[in-house]
Write a protein that binds this ligand. Structure first.
Ligand code: SF4
Length: 377
């Protein structure tokens, strides 16, 4: 179900597309270049601020384009300075974006390395059993403009903390992970179009190598992504090292079992010559046994992949439990003993409902069901 706004988002445009529309409306095509200068390096919030454009063109832009396809509705900051943004779309749908700050040595907090986690869908159809985003089903895909607009909003917030990069016209973040609400590869066309804008010199000029796309394992799309000329990074949400365990918590495994997923991941890695990441949420008595660690080590070695262990973050209404610290450590130790590089990520933002989709669910409950568009079947 696609949402049709009354005006398209300016952040979904390319110089060619905007140039053609300008020409059709009787404005010079070259103005598109000036408009993009305002949009990304200068984060313009409206056409009115574009002072080097003639007034009739500014009026035309305001009448024909939406400058805020997403709007920040609220922020929640955790003690470890992970910040979660709730963003509202034009149809009232809510999505989440997360800013994760990792301090850099010798500089203050405002100069920390910033990773932005973005969403690609409203809700999710993939129904992973541990995930808040899948709880209420899929509503719709985000448009190209909505995906890009999320990042522009983050930039506007971060510019206040660190105006240096804004002054140089650079993006106010260091990495992007496409790991928020939704299965990114189920919204493939819009995601790729958005990331091309983020990467373009007339957009954010942001390197593809600093963008990680995370998938639950949509095999045909992994193979398609492998053929993309832009070399994005790939992370696979594995969460189970055997079909039996994976199927318990990830319905996608019935369609694309490990015998298909692992070769597809391997094909991607071979094509782009770069290390994959395997994400593995540790859930007590589901996937945190030493047997699972051994099987996971074997997959990681085959793929030359790094393993990111994430202790499960409690989601209200779901039965799963986070393993004790000693069980988490035991699992990580086993992987390392088997020659796998593994990071045990003590979940940032534990105190702000950081598991994907939780803040949105909470807000929707407060607003009541009538405030939202219906879920798709
Ligand atoms: S973990 Fe990702 S793919 Fe699975 S339900 Fe949640 S958002 Fe969807």
């Amino acid at each position: 179900m696609a949402f049709k706004p009354d005006k398209p988002s300016i952040h979904g445009e390319t110089p060619e597309g905007l140039g053609s529309r300008l020409a059709e409306a009787g404005h010079p095509r070259y103005r598109a270049g000036q408009i993009f200068e305002w949009l990304y390096p200068r984060r313009a919030e409206s056409a009115e601020v574009m002072t080097n454009l003639p007034a009739p063109l500014r009026t035309w832009l305001s009448e024909n384009y939406d400058f805020s396809a997403t709007q920040v509705l609220g922020k929640k900051t955790a003690s470890d300075v992970t910040q979660k943004l709730l963003q509202k779309l034009r149809d009232g749908s809510l999505i989440e974006s997360v800013i994760i700050r990792a301090p850099m040595e010798g500089v203050g907090q405002d100069k920390s390395r910033r990773t932005i986690c973005i969403s690609t869908q409203v809700g999710c159809a993939y129904g992973c059993k541990f995930c808040a985003s899948g709880l209420e089903g899929w509503r719709r895909n985000l448009s190209v403009g909505e995906i890009v607009s999320q990042l522009v909003q983050v930039c506007r917030i971060e510019d206040q903390a660190d105006p240096t990069r804004a002054a140089e016209g650079l993006a106010s973040f260091d990495n992007i992970v496409v790991m928020g609400m939704g299965e990114p590869l189920a919204n493939y066309e819009n995601l790729l179009a958005a990331l091309r804008i983020v990467n373009a010199p007339w957009g954010f000029g942001f390197g593809a190598r600093r963008i990680t796309i995370s998938t639950s394992g949509v095999v045909p799309k992994i193979l398609e992504l492998a053929e993309e000329p832009l070399g994005f990074r790939l992370a696979i949400s594995l969460h189970g090292a055997t079909n039996e365990v994976r199927e318990k918590i990830m319905p996608v495994n019935r369609k694309y079992p490990l015998e298909e997923l692992v070769p597809a991941a391997k094909a991607f890695a071979r094509k782009h010559g770069r290390m994959l990441t395997l994400e593995f949420i540790l859930i007590e008595d589901i996937n945190d046994s030493l047997e699972q660690a051994k099987k996971l080590a074997s997959i990681a070695r085959e793929l030359h992949a790094h393993v990111n262990l994430i202790p499960y973050n409690k989601v209200e209404g779901l039965p799963w439990v986070r393993p004790s610290i000693s069980r988490q450590d035991r699992f990580a130790k086993e992987l390392r003993a088997l020659g796998v590089t593994a990071t045990l990520r003590r979940e940032k933002g534990h105190d702000i409902d950081a598991a994907c989709g939780q803040l949105r669910l909470q807000k929707e409950k407060e607003q009541g069901p009538d405030s939202l568009p219906p879920a798709a079947a």
